[in-house]
Design a protein around this ligand. Structure first.
Ligand code: HEM
Length: 366
C-alpha cells in the first residue's frame, strides 16, 4: 500500500511523495550505472570498445598476468635527450629549448606473448617518456616502420582476428591473413616496406617512427603537422642467420653494446606540406619534406621490464606537453583507450598477485 504524502516542511503546503523521491534517486543511480556500463562496452558487446580490443589480444596471445597486452616482450632503458634548440622553430614545448631532459624508455617486440622469440615480428618498438623541466611529460610509442599496416581501429581489430593462431599449428592461418590483406588494400604500403627492409640485427641500429602525425605550435602561435623519427648513429645491418636461431638475441645484443658506451639517435622532425595526409598512418609523406634535427637521444643503460621504471609507465601517445597536440588520426584515440585498459589490467594483476611468477624476458639466451 502506498503511504500518504508527507507535508513539505519548507514550502508548508506542497506534500512530497517519499517513494517518488526514492524512485527518482534510484533512476539517477541506474542512469549513472548504465552510463558506466555503456562506456565500458558491457551493454554493446558488438561495439568496438577498448575492452573488446584488449579481450581479443588476450584471446589471441593467451593470458600473461602482469604484462602488456601488446608489445609484451621488452626491456626498460634509461637515458636523456640533449636538445640543440632547433625544434623550438616548430614547437614551444620546453623539451625543444636547448638543454638536457631525462628520459625513461622501453624497447619491445609487437605481440601479446612476453616469451615469444624475437623473430616473431619483423617490427621493433621504442617507447619514450621525456620528463620536462617544467614538470610536463612527453610520451611516445614508436615502431621501426615509417607506416602502420592499417588506417582505422576497426581494421586493426580485424587484423588481430586474422592473425589469431590456428590451434592445430600454433601459427596464424596464412589463408586468413591473405584474405585480410586482400580485403584491405590500405595495408599495401606497409607490406611493401617490410618486404624491402629486412629486420635490423639490433635494437640499436633501427630507426623508430611516430607514424601518427601530431600538431606542433610554435611561440608565434603557428601550428604545423609533424611526424618524428629517432634515427640511429649505429649503422643498420640486417638480422643474421645465427641471430635468427636465438630466441632473445635483441636484449643480449643491446646489453653487449651498452657495455662499450651509450647509444645515440637523432630526433628528426618532419613537417607536412598542405595536402599531406595527417590522419592516415598508412601513408608516408614525400622524402623532401622539411626536416629539423632537434637533438640527440642517448640511451645509457637497460633494466628488466619486470622491475625497471618502464614497467609502471603507460606510454599513451596522447600525453604530450603544451606545444604538441594529437592530430585527428583515428588510431590515436583508440591507442589511448586501449593502452589505458591494458595498463589498468596489468597493474591490477601486479597489485593483487605480487607473487606472480614472472618469466624474465630480458638477457636470457635460448
Ligand atoms: C588502434 C591501434 C592500436 C592499438 C589498439 C594498440 C594497442 C596496444 C596496446 C594494448 C599496447 C600495450 C600498452 C601497455 O600496456 O602499456 C600497445 C603497445 C604499443 N604500441 Fe600499440 N596499438 C595500436 C596502434 C599502434 C601504432 C600506430 C603504433 C606505432 C606508432 C603503436 C606502437 C606501440 C608501441 C611502441 C607499444 C609499446 C609501448 C611500450 O613499450 O610500453 N601502436 N599497443
Amino acid at each position: 500500500m502506498t503511504p500518504p504524502p508527507v507535508p513539505n516542511p519548507r514550502s508548508g503546503d506542497q506534500p512530497i511523495c517519499v517513494p517518488c523521491r526514492l524512485a527518482a534517486i534510484g533512476a539517477a543511480v541506474l542512469a549513472l550505472a548504465a552510463g558506466f556500463a555503456y562506456t565500458a562496452g558491457w551493454l554493446t558487446p558488438a561495439r568496438l570498445s577498448a575492452p573488446r580490443i584488449i579481450d581479443t589480444f588476450e584471446a589471441v596471445a593467451g593470458q600473461h598476468p602482469g604484462y602488456r597486452r601488446n608489445h609484451a616482450k621488452g626491456l626498460c632503458v634509461e637515458g636523456y635527450f640533449d636538445s640543440k634548440g632547433n625544434g623550438a622553430a616548430l614547437s614551444h614545448a620546453a623539451v625543444f629549448a636547448p638543454g638536457r631532459t631525462p628520459v625513461s624508455g622501453r624497447f619491445a617486440v609487437p605481440g601479446g606473448n612476453p616469451s615469444a622469440p624475437d623473430t616473431s615480428s619483423p617490427v621493433r618498438s621504442l617507447a619514450l617518456q621525456f620528463r620536462l623541466q617544467d614538470g610536463e611529460q612527453w610520451r611516445t610509442g614508436m615502431n621501426s616502420t615509417p607506416v602502420f599496416a592499417v588506417h582505422t581501429p576497426a581494421q586493426f581489430y580485424q587484423q588481430l582476428l586474422a592473425a589469431k593462431p590456428d590451434p592445430a599449428t600454433g601459427k596464424p592461418d596464412p589463408a586468413k591473413l591473405k584474405a585480410f590483406y586482400a580485403a584491405n588494400p590500405e595495408t599495401l604500403p606497409f607490406q611493401r616496406w617490410v618486404k624491402a627492409h629486412p629486420p635490423s640485427s639490433s635494437l640499436a641500429n633501427a630507426a623508430y617512427y611516430s607514424i601518427n602525425a601530431f600538431l606542433f605550435t610554435d611561440a608565434h602561435g603557428t601550428t604545423r603537422a609533424v611526424r618524428w623519427a629517432v634515427v640511429p648513429d649505429t649503422p643498420y645491418a640486417p638480422v643474421s642467420a645465427a641471430q635468427q636461431a636465438e630466441k632473445n638475441f635483441l636484449a643480449a645484443d643491446l646489453d653487449e653494446r651498452l657495455q662499450h658506451g651509450p647509444l645515440r639517435w637523432h630526433l628528426l622532425l618532419s613537417v607536412a606540406q598542405p595536402g599531406d595526409p595527417i590522419n592516415d598512418a598508412t601513408l608516408q609523406w614525400p622524402d623532401d619534406r622539411q626536416r629539423v634535427d632537434a637533438g640527440t637521444l642517448v640511451i645509457e643503460r637497460t633494466t628488466s621490464q619486470e622491475d625497471g621504471t618502464c614497467r609502471d609507465i603507460n606510454f599513451d601517445p596522447t600525453i604530450v606537453p603544451a606545444g604538441i597536440a594529437p592530430s585527428d588520426d583515428p588510431l590515436l584515440a583508440a591507442r589511448s583507450a586501449a593502452y589505458a585498459l591494458s595498463y589498468k589490467r596489468r597493474t591490477r594483476e601486479e597489485a593483487l598477485h605480487p607473487e606472480i611468477h614472472r618469466v624474465q624476458t630480458t638477457g636470457e639466451h635460448s
